[in-house]
Design a binder for this molecule. Structure first.
Ligand code: 1PR
Length: 527
């Protein structure tokens, strides 16, 4: 039996699912006695260091945890669960960690996008049974803005490169911590967990330090989900956001089945968008929560969910915060939430008031779950203008002339699934959202959506160069070449597609086969 430390703000469902998939049972530690009684303890952490330590203290978990760790019984700390083992973190000055390891947690200082999100490699620094059965060449899923900086060299288990080399896992005796998420790292991650569960004593994988590791460009499958006219929840797909064909909502499959197929074909991430979320309330729309729960049982890569994440008042006058909606999604298996329409409203308010007060959904959710868990989904549409000065918005030159030969444009943000245009432009929206604490931009493009005509490279370059957080290029993929275009002509960290995957026009594994040796990717299929 594995004891799982759930302090309330992490996605423990994925870890539980992964452990159960490996045939082991999970008991959640509800109090200090449960921690002290554990035989093997897993501590998954997602969120923010200060919030985590505060909850651990409030629940009186810290002393039992220290006692457990000192007894050298098997412990696996994941991400924040590893960072907690250190003395302190730059993420929360003045708040003490558990202090088992000397050193602190520091913010990335690199020109690359922060958070460091995606699949990166490891260089193994000391022999460890945890890597039995692996080659050391695998990539694992990372998502963090802070990394550990241990003072003692002998605890370094693996290192990873992102702008510079940092320690990505530690080990001392039976205590192991990884910055990467084994529960989100496909078969390689499951193997790590299996070795931990079985307390594997077989051959130890030797030290393998090859070349600097490289972050892979991610290929993301997106599933737009809504109820069709008969009330069945289906994956649909729009043509410039129009999801109806001959009056009927297009039905391209069942969400849970499709997500599993994409995982097996090698998707690096799966995104679900509840496309009627702007009008429905997710906590009443339980099918989406169920979709997440079911998907996370079989899909061991990151899951993002969007649609309807905002403050809400139900018909009885009861108020729910966007944070509560996000809580429900995280607890159902989501790793990131994506905010669309509400982000536009938040940014408009910010621009009007000239400041933020910490109460927006972006600020509240990123404070609890960390900025890496907050994606902003932008649904922009081109507006052509004659000259840079003819609009108040951020205007860019374009090589694709407008209907009247215009050679400039700006990107109008929309809400309610593209139904309503707003005066704020996509570049400004991305910049303000980053300031408020968003960790990633999902950059759609209504003009390209469903057209198979390729990504809007000009839009992606304009937004990517205006922010320091990762950008997901979306809309328009029609061939494997389009992925090469977006990765060679922009700095986008990942590319998302829907239609070509749903229709099997170009499956994910075909995209990856095409990109091998041209772009750094995670090549493995998951079956
Ligand atoms: O506004 O917070 O409730 O979130 C609603 C979410 O639903 C937003 O993220 C918005 O992008 C999405 N959405 C709303 N209506 C539609 C629609 O299509 N009618 N889907 C919609 C947007 C966009 C993409 C799509 C790519 C790739 N889908 O993510 O998957 O364009 O498509 P392609 O490869 O086939 O070209 P809120």
């Amino acid at each position: 039996m594995i004891t799982l430390l759930d302090y309330g703000a992490g996605n423990v469902r994925s870890v539980t699912n992964a452990i159960e998939r490996l045939g082991e049972t999970v008991k959640v530690a509800l109090n200090g006695e449960d921690i002290l009684a554990a035989e093997k303890l897993v501590f998954p952490g997602v969120g923010a260091f200060g919030n985590m330590m505060q909850i651990l203290r409030e629940r009186k978990f810290t002393d039992p945890l220290k006692t457990y760790l000192q007894s050298n019984r098997p412990f696996f700390g994941i991400c924040l669960g590893m960072q907690a083992l250190f003395e302190e973190s730059e993420e929360a000055f003045g708040i003490q960690g558990l202090g088992l390891f000397k050193g602190k947690v520091v913010r990335f200082t690199t020109d690359l996008a922060v958070p460091h999100i995606g699949w990166n490699g490891i260089n193994i620094q000391q022999p460890a049974t945890i890597f039995n059965g692996l080659t050391g060449e695998e990539k694992f899923y990372f998502v963090h803005s802070y990394h550990i900086s241990p003072e003692e060299d002998d605890v370094r288990l693996t290192t990873t490169d992102y702008g510079y080399e940092f320690v990505s896992a530690v080990q001392r005796g039976n205590i192991i911590g990884t910055q990467y998420h084994p529960e989100k790292s496909g078969m390689a991650g499951l193997r790590l967990l299996k070795n931990f569960i079985e307390n594997s004593k077989a051959v130890e994988i030797p030290v393998s330090v090859t070349a600097p590791t490289r972050l892979a460009k991610r290929i993301i499958a997106c599933l737009d989900v809504r109820a069709n006219d008969r009330g069945d929840l289906v994956v649909t797909k729009g043509d410039q956001y129009d999801v109806r064909e001959e009056g009927e909502v297009r039905n391209l499959g069942k969400p849970v089945e499709l997500a599993r197929r994409y995982y097996e074909e090698g998707a690096d991430e799966i995104t679900f968008l509840n496309i009627t979320g702007f009008r429905d309330f997710p906590l009443e729309d339980m099918p989406m929560i169920e979709v997440l729960k079911q998907t996370s049982k079989n899909v061991f890569v990151p899951l993002t969910i969007g649609g309807g994440i905002r403050n809400y008042r139900d018909k009885n006058g009861k108020d729910y915060s966007a944070l509560e909606v996000a809580d429900a999604y995280f607890r159902s298996g989501a790793d990131k939430i994506s905010i669309g329409s509400d982000a536009v409203t938040i940014v408009e308010e910010y621009l009007r008031a000239g400041k933020c007060d910490g109460s927006s959904a972006i600020e509240e959710i990123s404070k609890v779950y960390g900025s890496q868990a907050v994606v902003i989904s932008i649904d922009p549409r081109r507006v052509y203008v004659d000259s840079p000065g003819s609009a108040d918005q951020q205007v860019i030159p374009t090589t694709i002339p407008g209907p009247n030969g215009e050679s400039y444009c700006w990107y109008e943000c929309t809400i309610r699934g593209g139904r309503e245009g707003r005066p704020v432009d996509a570049i400004t929206l991305a910049q303000v959202c980053e300031k408020l604490g968003a960790g990633e931009i999902l950059l759609n493009c209504i003009d390209r959506d469903g057209t198979n005509s390729g990504f809007d490279i000009e839009l992606i370059n304009a937004v990517k160069s205006a922010v320091t957080i990762p950008v997901i290029a979306s809309s328009g993929a029609g061939s494997a070449d389009h992925f090469l275009d977006v990765f060679s002509q922009t700095e986008a960290e990942s590319a998302l597609a829907a239609g070509i995957f749903h229709r099997r026009e170009v499956p994910i594994d075909a995209v990856k086969d095409f990109l091998v040796d041209k772009v750094e990717i995670r090549p493995n299929r998951e079956n």
